[in-house]
Design a protein around this ligand. Sequence first.
Ligand code: SLL
Length: 226
Amino acid sequence: MPSISNTKRVKGVSIFRPFVYGSIATPVNPDKKPPNLPPDHTHQWTVSVKGVDGADISHFIKKVQFKLHDTYANPLRTCESPPFEVSETGWGEFEIVIKIWFVPESGEKPQSCFHFLKLHPYIGDKAELDLARQQRRPVLSYMYDELVFNEPTEAMYDILTSKGSAKLPSRARGARGEFTEESEAMELDRLNVGIQIVKENIDKAKETLLAKEKAVAELKAEREKK
Ligand code: SLL
């Protein structure tokens, strides 16, 4: 059997795999402080790189490195296997450099992305932010992105298309993990609902855009009158 090449590339093909990176941070409750927590540490947080909806990404990602702020001991943290995440405690927000290495068969260079660690609530008006702080709500900051493999090596193409990632979220699968007609129908339903929601959101965004464009046009016309 001819072996699959690590160097020959599949021409004209581009494969992308969605992933999510970001952080969740929880304020430490002063009444329940872990005993070994440094006194100035106010938050517990986890930064991670993961597949969407729990999808496996470890068949094409070899390792992930998180570069923390220099105030941390050993700021370069490396995860050689999933979960690709680092949990820490601290007091401040800073940018984390995330570097992703792919399996050697891919012949790909590592890719970097940047995540600003968020500890404090930042979405909502003042009252909402105050409430979130008061209730010590976890602060989530996640980005959806896609890893794009242009003209992947034959080996990488094989890995990407035959392993893990091709599978749909497990919820609609049969007990042994296989697709049954029923579970496929359920999955289809779920996808259709998702598509419907996205369509509605696009329509709403279009409406907003139209209204704003109209407002701009009116403002311009008014200015020209003056
Ligand atoms: C700031 N420019 O001033 C940022 C830096 C650094 C946060 C934030 C370290 C914890 C430890 C920590 O929380 N560093 O002492 O290990 O807000």
